[in-house]
Ligand binder design. Structure first.
Ligand SMILES: [Zn+2]
Length: 249
C-alpha cells in the first residue's frame, strides 16, 4: 500500500531528511522488524521504530512488568506492574501509531519460534540481557542472512554490536564471543544501569534499523561500538571474521 495523506503528514519531518524521501518511507512501511526483549533497550527502540512507521513490528518478551523496571523501561507506567510486557507494549505502541501492524509473542523465545519469525524480518533487534537467547538470535540471523543489531548496557556504559549477516564475509556474535553460555557475574540486576544509557543504546539500535531498512546505511560491515556515558564518548572497531566460528564459518 502506498502512503496516504495522513502518513505523509505524520512522517513529514523525517521525510525531509537527506536520503529519507518518499521511497525510503515506503520501504519502512513495507518492512518487518523483530524486537526481542522489551526492557530498557527494547522500550526506546520500539517507540522510535513505531513512530518512524516501520510497517510491522514483532515484539517478543515473556516477562511481566516489575516495579524495579520503571526507572528505565519507558513504555510502562506505575499501574502496569504485574502485566505482561509484550501486551502492554503492543497497546501503547498501537496508540502511538495506528498505521502499523504489531504482533507479539508473550513468552520466552526459543530456536523454533525464531526460525518461524526471522524469515520475514528485514532487521532483528536483540534487546535481551540473556546470553543463551542472544546466541539463538545470532544463529537465526546467520542462518537467514539477516542484519542483527544487538546492544547491552551496564552502569554508565553501553555496547552496540552490529552483525551484518546480510553481507557476505561479515563476522557474527560467535566470531567475537564464541559460544559462551555463562551469564556474566555483573549484569543489570547485580551491577545496576542508568536509564539514559539504555535510552542512548536503544535509540542507536532503532536508528541503525531505520538506515538498513531505508537503504541508506553507509556502514556495511560487522562492528562493535562502545559508549562511555561518563565522558559522553564513543569508540568503535570492526569485528574480524573467525574462520573457525562454530556458527558462521
Ligand atoms: Zn561467526
Amino acid at each position: 500500500m502506498t502512503l496516504n495523506h495522513q502518513e505523509f503528514l505524520r512522517y513529514s519531518r523525517q521525510m525531509m531528511v537527506e536520503d529519507m524521501g518518499e521511497e525510503a518511507q515506503q520501504r519502512l512501511k513495507d518492512s518487518t522488524v523483530i524486537i526481542v526483549g522489551l526492557g530498557g533497550l527494547g522500550c526506546p527502540a520500539s517507540l522510535y521504530l513505531a513512530a518512524a512507521g516501520i510497517g510491522k513490528l514483532i515484539l517478543i518478551d515473556g516477562d511481566e512488568i516489575e516495579l524495579s523496571n520503571l526507572q528505565r523501561q519507558i513504555l510502562f507506567r506505575d499501574s502496569d506492574v504485574g502485566a505482561p510486557k509484550a501486551k502492554v507494549a503492543r497497546k501503547r505502541l498501537s496508540k502511538l501509531n495506528p498505521h502499523i501492524k504489531i504482533e507479539m509473542l508473550a513468552e520466552q523465545v526459543d530456536r523454533q519460534d525464531l526460525v518461524g519469525l526471522v524469515d520475514e524480518a528485514a532487521v532483528i533487534l536483540d534487546c535481551t540481557d540473556n546470553i543463551s537467547t542472544r546466541q539463538e538470535i545470532n544463529r537465526a540471523a546467520v542462518a537467514y542472512q539477516k542484519p542483527l543489531i544487538s546492544a547491552a548496557a551496564m552502569g554508565w556504559e553501553g555496547q552496540l554490536t552490529e552483525i551484518r549477516a546480510d553481507i557476505q564475509d561479515s563476522a557474527c556474535l560467535a566470531c567475537a564471543y564464541g559460544l559462551e553460555k555463562d551469564e556474566p557475574l555483573l549484569n543489570c540486576s547485580t551491577a545496576g544501569v542508568m536509564g539514559p544509557v539504555l535510552g542512548v543504546m536503544g535509540s542507536m539500535q532503532a536508528m541503525r534499523a531505520i538506515q538498513i531498512v531505508a537503504g541508506n546505511s553507509i556502514q556495511e560491515e560487522s562492528r562493535i561500538s562502545r559508549f562511555d556515558g561518563k565522558r559522553g564518548s564513543w569508540s568503535s572497531f570492526g569485528m574480524p571474521v573467525n574462520a573457525e566460528c562454530p556458527v558462521c564459518s
